[in-house]
Design a protein around this ligand. Sequence first.
Ligand SMILES: [Cu+2]
Length: 375
Amino acid sequence: MDSGERKLMQLNKIPKTVFLLSIALFALLITGCYPDHNQSTFDPRGPVAAEQLEVFWWILIGGFIVFVLVEAALIYAIFKFRVKNESDIPVQTHGNHTLEIIWTAIPAVLLIILMVPTIQTLFYMYEAPKTTKPEHTLEAIGHQWWFEFRYPDPSNPEKEIVTANEVYIPVGYPVAINLESVDVIHSFWVPKLAGKTDMVPSEGNFMWFEADEPGEYYGQCAEYCGTSHANMKFKVVAVPENEFNAWLLAQSNPAMESSDPLVKEGAGVFKSAGCTGCHATKTIVNKGSKGRVGPNLAHVASRRDLAAGMMRNANENGSLNDALLQENLRIWIEDPEQVKPGNLMSKGAQVYTDPDKKLTEEQISQLVHYLSSLK
Ligand SMILES: [Cu+2]
């Protein structure tokens, strides 16, 4: 084999590797479209997400048709007008008004056509259906790096019921959500129920959605908001209306008191270690009042996840698992930083910032006992 042949072989090899690599990359990419994924937008479970997916298809198919036509014209031109011999210079033209008007008008018309479903969907998203019940209007408030939720108190219009990181909704009813943020811009996103909507500090924002069937839907902050942005998750739990009402009633109660001595000691540590500085255990507050730095813990043991979706307290079927909850609470209280880098608890609580105040093994056990009793 002479050096010329070897060069040729090498040249032939490169495109093959590139080709195989591109196929592998493409295969990897399209696994992201698998509809069965918790955060897939290709599997809408409510009218808002379905409507948004429809606009996506309109734009994708429209774009695809344009792509095929343009590429076909390009390939045709490449072959049809390729140089046949070196001295063969084609006719040179400069400007063609008819052509220029046509290729400006066609995209303009296409864009106007696509604008119709887009704007319709924007209006559809931005106003909750007239049938939305006032008791199904809630507040979602973004915090670095967790979500606070507030429901109207059915027994007093001046008050609100506070909870965190898990939002119950009644199946088959539109739910209106006023969005807020106490610090930076976050974005509220439940892929299977509705697209992203920004939570803008002091500006507020609005969205609504509805779940067609009971289930647990994943939510995620979708606007970069600092160190633990990727760890800022939540769940939407859609249940039949009577179950929703029962849940709300249970949430409105203050934290349960217990006569179990270990729980009582834990409640004491909760106060003496400064946890009450950032966490409330009463759930009814004045409408629009300022929230605490940390999530409300009155019913923390009723939630399926801990620390905004970082640790799972429930079995596969969603039923609560006390052993898991206790284990997770211990991990979290021992070293929150390890679970969620940069979180404001390990940055702000003296038990983590001041080595002299560090929690003892006994205090941690007492706290775990106390918190896991808060159903
Ligand atoms: Cu965020």
